[in-house]
Design a protein around this ligand. Structure first.
Ligand code: CP
Length: 307
């Protein structure tokens, strides 16, 4: 594929190949000297029109570890603030002849919009509430390690603000295809209207939802995307939906806890749980560097291989 817009475009064989490649880069990332010359002479533009800590930094680290040149553009420091369109901004960046443009944008479909107009590879680093494929792939890398490469028959609970979550949507697509049973737990106001058409089991009671699960993925309450008047009472939300060790006692022993970050400690996840032995939150960050190295490698070298 020229672009990575969502996980739905990848076959399970392609996912396995990408994660196997990420494993090799993960091993390199543990060495004292982490830089390899693999992408020397290639260039990657990081165009983040929405805030990011993990995704932007890990793409930057990933590119530099592979010896690619990386260039950053944010919306506040770009001519988007002067009214330049997304299309003109993307065409301007492409005129500098990069190999990959990584885009984060608040609009659903923004990456696809520019991918259809550019010859260089476009990687979606999160578009609105629609998709976050690189997050789902790094989560999959983390779960694959936790579950000894066995997805089929496992159960994962995705907990919290599903309605606004591109992370949930991409994970559900990939995990259900891999034979993982996906449960969602949220108040009705934080689930999309179409949830009954999704291949998931829906719960509103966290005590029931967590029973016997092999992993829990907590989601951030996306306060910045809440519609006016629909903001939940935060104390009540925390009382009903904040994951605590009491809940984890009902999960399978050793069940892992994931959170894509950034975390609202005490709101969607108890602070002690975020730091406990079964938490994989920081493993997800390391997995993010390795997975994004694999993504940049596969997309920046696509033309060289005649793909
Ligand atoms: N998980 C994630 O996308 O985090 P950032 O918004 O910090 O990139």
């Amino acid at each position: 594929h020229k672009d990575l817009l969502d996980v739905s475009q990848l076959s399970l064989e392609e996912v396995t190949h990408l994660l196997d490649t990420a494993e090799q880069f993960h091993e390199i990332n543990q060495r004292p000297v982490k830089k390899v010359p693999t992408l020397k002479g290639k260039s990657v533009v990081l165009f983040f029109a929405e805030p990011s800590t993990r995704t932007k930094t890990s793409f930057d680290v990933a590119g530099k570890r592979l010896s690619a040149d990386t260039f950053s553009l944010s919306s506040s420091s770009s001519s988007l603030t002067k009214g330049e369109s997304l299309k003109d901004t993307a065409l301007t960046l492409e005129a500098m002849n990069p190999d990959v443009i990584v885009l984060r944008h608040k609009a659903n479909g923004a990456s696809q919009f520019i991918a259809e107009r550019l010859d260089c590879a476009v990687v979606n680093a999160g578009d609105g509430c629609h998709a976050h494929p690189t997050q789902a792939l790094l989560d999959n890398f983390t779960l694959r390690r936790a579950w000894n490469n066995e997805y089929k028959g496992k159960t994962i609970l995705i907990l919290g603000d599903v309605k606004h979550s591109r992370v949930a949507r991409s994970n559900i697509n990939l995990l259900t295809r891999q034979g993982v049973k996906v449960r969602l737990c949220a108040p009705r106001t934080l689930l999309p209207h179409t949830v009954h058409t999704w291949p998931v089991e829906v719960f509103h009671d966290l005590n029931k939802a967590v029973e016997g699960v092999d992993a829990v993925m907590c989601l951030r309450l996306q306060l910045e995307r809440q519609q006016a008047g629909l903001l939940p009472d935060l104390n009540e939300y925390a009382r009903m939906y904040c994951l605590t060790s009491k809940h984890m006692d009902m999960a399978v022993e050793g069940a892992k806890i994931l959170h894509p970050g950034p975390m609202n400690r005490g709101l969607e996840i108890a602070s002690d749980l975020a730091d406990c032995n079964e938490s994989r939150v920081l493993n997800q960050v390391s997995a993010g560097v390795a997975t994004r190295m694999a993504i940049l490698y596969l997309h920046a070298t696509r033309k060289d291989k005649g793909a």
